[in-house]
Every structure is written in C-alpha cells, then in structure tokens.
Design a protein around this ligand. Structure first.
Ligand code: GDP
Length: 198
C-alpha cells in the first residue's frame, strides 16, 4: 500500500455519521499531544494531511483518509485536554467504545502513547475496549527521540512484558516510533499492510 497516496475524504462529527461501514479501515487514537497528527503525516509523507495544531475543547471531528476506494485510515479525536468538560469526555468515551465495538470494517487500532509516559488511564481504557471486542491493537511509543536508545528500548520491553503478563500479546503489539527522526515507519507500514489487506 502506498501511504503517500492518502487523501483526506471527509470529517464526521460523530461515529454515527461515519461513511458506509465497508472495505477495510484502521483507526489512530491517542491522548492529545501524543504525536498522532505527526505520525499520520510522517507515514503519509504529507505534512498537511492531519492538522498538527488543534484547539482544546472545540468540537472534535473524526477524519477519514482514503488509500484506495475501500481502504481508509481514520484519525479519531484526541483525548485528554483538561479543558474539556466531563460530560463531553463521557460522550467521547461512549462514541469511541461504540465505534470499536460496532464498526465491522475496522481491522485494527493504532494506539499512540508518548514513550515518556505510556499506559495512562485513557490508553488502558482504549486497550480494554479493543481487547473485549478482540480488535487487534498496535501501540506506537511516539517521540522515541526524546529518550536515549537504552531507556527507549527499556520502555518498549516493559510495555511488551505488561502485554505478555496480561496474556494479550497475541492481540496487542508495540514498537518505538519517531516522527522527528523518521524511525519505525517500515514497522508501522507492515502492520497496516496486514490489517488493510482485502
Ligand atoms: P497530537 O495531538 O497527538 O496530534 O500530537 P501532534 O502530532 O500535534 O504533536 C504534539 C507535539 O509533539 C507537537 O509539538 C509535535 O511537534 C511534537 N512531536 C510529535 N511527534 C514528535 C516526535 O517524533 N519527536 C518529537 N521530539 N516531537 C514530536
């Protein structure tokens, strides 16, 4: 799959208003500031594809990018700004869990976490929803360049051990990624290629 061919197709204000549930899609999720927009842009070699500056608290949209007529990447709303009212957070959580549980064409979830503080509350929540629905997850430990090689590798090993101990390592994988240094792209592409194959 040529990820540089990705084009923006549409935004949906809610899961309910997503395009037809057909073909294959992979969703990207993460706490705000995890590096999601940067990762999508790096993967697709297009620094304008996913907007990198976002206003906290504004209505968040789900963005769809087409790789072909029936293969899509989905940018889920960021999560975790303190300024967002609790009711809105609850609404997102409901939408996200429904999307993960009900979307037939969803083949996997890319869950982005800053390598310096992985497995926060939101990450665990998303992981649990995905696992409940037997949805494959690939964790990107982002901004790997912020740590030295040893500590970054240690974090990766710790996350993998956590997954193994939780007996979900058949469903959930993890890797290091850096948009700044452009590392981990091939590994991410391999996962996406597998999931999006139709
Ligand atoms: P999003 O909110 O998850 O979409 O995060 P963004 O992609 O907008 O990135 C949030 C901040 O982290 C921005 O200031 C980016 O420049 C920075 N950032 C993103 N990826 C990397 C990376 O790989 N390395 C470093 N050092 N900074 C990054």
């Amino acid at each position: 799959i040529k990820y540089s061919d990705a084009i923006f197709t549409q935004s949906a204000p809610s899961i309910r208003q997503c395009p037809a549930d057909s073909g294959a899609e992979v969703a990207f999720a993460g706490r705000s500031n995890a590096g999601k927009s940067s990762a999508i842009n790096t993967l697709c070699q297009n620094h304008k594809l996913a907007r990198t500056s976002k206003t906290p608290g504004r209505t968040q949209l789900i963005n769809f990018f087409a790789l072909s007529d029936n293969q899509h990447l989905v940018d889920l709303p960021g999560y975790g700004f303190a300024k967002v009212p609790l009711a809105m957070k609850k609404e997102w959580e409901k939408h996200l869990s429904e999307y993960l549980a009900e979307r037939q064409c969803l083949k996997g979830l890319i869950l982005l976490m800053d390598v310096r503080h992985p497995m926060q509350e939101f990450d665990t929540m998303m992981l649990n929803w995905a696992i409940e629905g037997e949805m494959p997850v690939h964790i990107l430990l982002t901004k790997a360049d912020k740590l030295k090689k040893g500590p970054a590798q240690n974090t990766l090993l710790k996350v993998r051990k956590h997954l193994k101990d939780a007996k979900v390592d058949d469903l959930v994988s993890a890797q290091l990624f850096s948009s700044l240094k452009k590392t981990g792209i091939k590994e991410l592409e391999n996962t996406l290629d597998n999931w999006l194959r139709i």
